[in-house]
Design a protein around this ligand. Structure first.
Ligand code: TYD
Length: 409
C-alpha cells in the first residue's frame, strides 16, 4: 500500500527499516520460524498523517499470548490511577455518567474507576489480559473496538460520558471506523480522551523504536484535526505526558461543546514550528535514524573488541525495531526483564535470551543497553547499586551515549 490510509493521497516513503518480526512475538526457542513483514513508514502531505505503509493482520499482534501487561511498572500503575482520578474529578458529575475504556489491558485504570463507584465497561481484544481484568470483577468485552461493536452497545442503551484509551488508538488501522463508533456512543456532552506516543516527541528525540507493527499511526494535533473534522468532532484540549517516552493526551468532543484551551493552542503552535506538516522534517528524521544505527554499531563493536560484556535492560516491544534495524543482536548476551511472560524466551528474529531480573543483578557486565528508556527515571533510581559497582548504561535516545555514574550526579 502506498496511498494514505485516511485520505488516499500518495504517500512519501520515509523510513525503510527492513524485514521485521512482530515486536511482541517473543519466541520459545532459538531460530523459530516466525512471521515477518517489511517495516516502512510514509508521510501524507495532504492530511499530514505519518503512518506505517504495511501492517500485519491484527490477529498476528493481539492474541492469547499478548505479552504486554500494564502492571509490569509501578509508575504505570500510578499513572493509570491518576488518570482515573482525573476523569472522576473533571468529568463525572452525575450518577448516570459512565466510562468506557478501549483496550483496558489488565484493568488498572478501570479498577480505580470502579473504586470511585463509577459505572464502567472495558473492551480488550487480547484474551489473556482481558481475563485478568475479569478476575478482578470488571465487565469486559473481549473484542476489537469497531463501529459494529459500538452499535451493539448503543442497542443496549450504553452511552458514555467518557471514552478513554491509552496507547490503543494508534493501533487501529481503520480510524474512520473508530470515529463512526465513537460518535455512536459518546453522550452529547461526552469526552473522548486518548493518549498516544506523540509524534513531536518521536521527531525531537529520534525515538524511531516507537515504530513497530502495532503502531500504525503517529499522531499530532495537525493530522488529527484533519481526521476529526469529518465526524463533527474536535480536539479542545491537549496535555503532554511522560508515558511511552513522550505522549500526548487529547481531549475530544463534538464540535463547539467545549472552549479550546490555552495549552491546546500552544501545542498546535509548537507543531507548526516543528514543521510536522512538512516532508523535509520526516526526511531529516530518517537521516537521524541512519546515524543512530551507525553510531550504536561503532560503540558496541568497540566495547566488544575490548572484551566487555554487554547486556540489555527491558525486552520492550520498541527494542525489536531497534535491535533488528541496527542489527546488534550479536553484541548482546541477554536482556533482563521482569515480565513473567517474556522470561526464558528469545527476542523475535534476533534470538537474544531474555532472563529474569536476578540474572541482571548477579552477572558481571559493565555495559547495559537501556531498551526500556521510557522508564529511565524509575530504573536509574532502582539501579544505584549497578552504578556503584562501576556499571555503565548505553542509551540511544536522542543519540547514542554511554552514561556513567558521574554523568547523572
Ligand atoms: P514498555 O514500557 O511497555 O515498553 P514497550 O511498549 O516498548 O513494550 O515495556 C517495559 C518493559 O521493561 C517490560 O517488559 C517490563 C520491563 N521492565 C523491567 O524489566 N524492569 C523495570 O524496572 C521496568 C520499569 C520495566
Amino acid at each position: 500500500m502506498t496511498n494514505c490510509r485516511l485520505c488516499n493521497n500518495k504517500l512519501l516513503l520515509i523510513n525503510n527499516f527492513g524485514e521485521m518480526p512482530i515486536a511482541n512475538a517473543f519466541q520459545n526457542k532459538v531460530n523459530n520460524a516466525q512471521f515477518t513483514f517489511n517495516l516502512q513508514t510514509g508521510f501524507c502531505n495532504k492530511c499530514f498523517m505519518f503512518q506505517l505503509i504495511d501492517q500485519p493482520p491484527p490477529e498476528k499482534m493481539f492474541h492469547q499470548d499478548y505479552a504486554f501487561s500494564t502492571r509490569s511498572s509501578m509508575f504505570m500503575i500510578k499513572h493509570f490511577q491518576n488518570v482515573a482520578k482525573m476523569i472522576k474529578t473533571n468529568f463525572i458529575s452525575d450518577p448516570d455518567d459512565n466510562v468506557l475504556e478501549i483496550g483496558c489491558n489488565d484493568g488498572v485504570m478501570l479498577e480505580q474507576i470502579q473504586k470511585y463507584g463509577v459505572k464502567n465497561i472495558g473492551v480488550e481484544p487480547s484474551a489473556n489480559v482481558a481475563e485478568k481484568s475479569q478476575e478482578i470483577g470488571l465487565e469486559i468485552i473481549n473484542d476489537f473496538f469497531s463501529e459494529e461493536l459500538a452499535l451493539n452497545m448503543k442497542n443496549n442503551s450504553n452511552y458514555f460520558k467518557v471514552i478513554y484509551a491509552s496507547n490503543v488508538i494508534c493501533h487501529l488501522p481503520d480510524l474512520n471506523d473508530l470515529c463512526k463508533g465513537i460518535t455512536k456512543i459518546l453522550k452529547k456532552d461526552g469526552i473522548f480522551i486518548f493518549e498516544e506516543p506523540y509524534l513531536a516527541s518521536i521527531i525531537k528525540k529520534n525515538s524511531f523504536d516507537q515504530i513497530y507493527d502495532e503502531h500504525v499511526y503517529f499522531y499530532c494535533i495537525l493530522s488529527l484535526n484533519n481526521l476529526f473534522q469529518n465526524y463533527n468532532l474536535e480536539i479542545f484540549d491537549s496535555e503532554e505526558i511522560w508515558t511511552h517516552g513522550g505522549s500526548m493526551r487529547y481531549f475530544v468532543s463534538f464540535k463547539g461543546k467545549y472552549p479550546k484551551t490555552e495549552r491546546f493552542r500552544n501545542s498546535l503552535h509548537k507543531e507548526v514550528k516543528l514543521k510536522l506538516d512538512r516532508e523535509e522534517t520526516y526526511l531529516n528524521f530518517n537521516k537521524n535514524c541512519e546515524k543512530i544505527k551507525y553510531d550504536i554499531n561503532q560503540t558496541l563493536a568497540d566495547l566488544k573488541n575490548k572484551n566487555n560484556e554487554i547486556v540489555g535492560y527491558g525486552a520492550t516491544s520498541k527494542s525489536t525495531t531497534f535491535i533488528n534495524y541496527c542489527d546488534i543482536g550479536k553484541y548482546i548476551n541477554f536482556i533482563s526483564d521482569t515480565s513473567h511472560s517474556k522470561i526464558n524466551k528469545f527476542t523475535p528474529l534476533s534470538n537474544i535470551p531474555i532472563k529474569d531480573y536476578s540474572s541482571f543483578q548477579e552477572s558481571c557486565h559493565s555495559f547495559t543497553i537501556l531498551f526500556a528508556w521510557n522508564h529511565m527515571k524509575e530504573i536509574f533510581k532502582k539501579e544505584t547499586e549497578y552504578f556503584d559497582n562501576g556499571g555503565n548504561w548505553i542509551v540511544y535516545v536522542p543519540e547514542v551515549k554511554i552514561i556513567s555514574k558521574e554523568e547523572i550526579e
